[in-house]
Each structure stands twice: as structure tokens, then as C-alpha cells.
Write a protein that binds this ligand. Sequence first.
Ligand code: KPL
Length: 296
Amino acid sequence: MWQIIGAGAIGCLWAANLKRTGQDVHLVSRSVLLSDTLHYQDLQQQDHQFTMSSGTTLINSTDPVLVCVKATQVKQAIQKQLKMIGPQQVIILMHNGMGCAEQIQKLLPNNPIICATTANASLLHAPLEIQQTGLGITYLGPFNKQAKLHKDLVRPLNLALANTHWADDIKQKLWLKLLINIAINPLTAIYQIKNGLLQQSAFEPKIAAITTEALQVAQAEDIHFEESELLNIIRQVIDATAENYSSMNRDIYFQRSTENEYIGGYLLKKASRHNIEIPSIKSLYQQIKLLEKQKL
Ligand code: KPL
């Protein structure tokens, strides 16, 4: 059985596709869900319904736990389930941004911790009502040495959502996502625009400066990308998601807290450790912080 913490767009997307492929799922949400039916519309606009086991706590201390809450909520979500989590239970963290695995390792020093990143996209229209909006690649990889024994978990996950792979170099994959997120998310949130508007030439020097700074930090962390290649990837993501609003854009729009601390904030912490100045990223970070405060 799979236990999924987080009944948001990504948690429900995995729940639906695991159920679709005959796998057992228990969904853990922050508050009690009023229905036990998960409504799922796939990319072919086919509607599916699944009867879900759900609750506010995990139901066993052995089956793997897939954590699909935002970076800002990961620590709290795990703390809430701490008594239930067994010493060998696998914890899979799937969210934007970086820095959560270190927090969870402190809470659960002996558990296998797997980090994951997905480019699958879905929209949560209402509780337990989702629509898949994009197909993408998912990587899982070990954060600690205990996790290296659990490579087999990708098989059932890949059955649920194709293009799910094990990556021994998960750190590289997470950094790539971070570098994409830092180039797209804060700008689209500050200017309240769709990703596609970043194609305008006015944003080119901004994106270039952000990328150069972020790459300096990556390099200091022994993560290497070719700058022109990375800019190409960022452009491709902007084109592929042109009609979408980034997650940070939506968070600011709906006055929710953002993943700023785990994207720009993470880069700033690493930069300061290596004595690197990253003024463009610092400015984006501060502007997002200000926008977050304005909601109060
Ligand atoms: O991950 C994203 C997000 O919106 O959080 C994309 C679509 C890649 C934009 O950065």
C-alpha cells in the first residue's frame, strides 16, 4: 500500500494513478475529507472515479510514505505523523525547492529518505477533484544511504505515471528544477503574469542575470551546468508552460505563503556560505517576502 500525505493537486494525481493501476492508497490530509470519492480527469478528458481510504493520520508504520505537500509544510506534516512513522519506513519527498530533506533527516535520522521531482502537472478544482494538465518526467533518488536500498519503488510508481525513473544523481536533478524555478517563479509572481510573458525581450537580461548568479552558487556546491544549455532549458520550459501561471504566481495571487524560502532563500543561504554575492536573486527574494507580508 501507498500512503500519500497531501491531498493537493500532485498528491491526488499520484493517488488516482496508483488506484487506476490497481494499487492500494491511503490519503492523509490536513483536515477530514467530506467525501471518499476521488474524481480524476485524465489528459484525454476521460473521467474516472476512485473510492479512497483517507484520514488525518497514517494507518501503518511500514508502507512507504509519499509526501506531496509544499516545501513550507513538509516539516510540520511529518512532525504531525512522527509517532506513527516506523524506523525503516521510506519517506519520499516530492515538492519544489530544496532544503526539506535536511529538516526531515533531523526528525528521522535512521529512515530512508528519497527526494523526488516531477514535471507532471495537475489542477485541483475542489477537494478530491483533479484534472491532469501535463505529462512529464519524474525522478526519485536517494538523499541518504539507507534510501539506496529502495530503488525498486520506482517500478510501481512508473506503472502509475509513466516516465518515472530512479536517479542516483538526484541532487543534480533537484538543482536543475531549482535553477528553472528561480528563473521563472519569482518574476511571474512579482509581475503577476503567465509564464509565457517571460518570452518578451525585456525579461531576457533579467533571466540571464538570475541564471548567472544561481549557477555560481551551484558550481560552489559542485553542481555543474553549461550556462547556454541551461538558458535553453529555461526557454523550453517557458514555451511549454506559456499558458500556465507558475505556482509562486498563484500563491501570491491567492495570498498564500510561497516556496520563496526553499527557492531564493535556499540559494541565498548557500551563497552566503560560499561568500558569493547574488544581488538579483536577493532582490527577488525580498520582493516576494514583501508581497507575502502584504497579505496579512
Ligand atoms: O515548477 C514550476 C512551477 O510553477 O512551480 C514551473 C512550471 C516549472 C515554473 O517554474
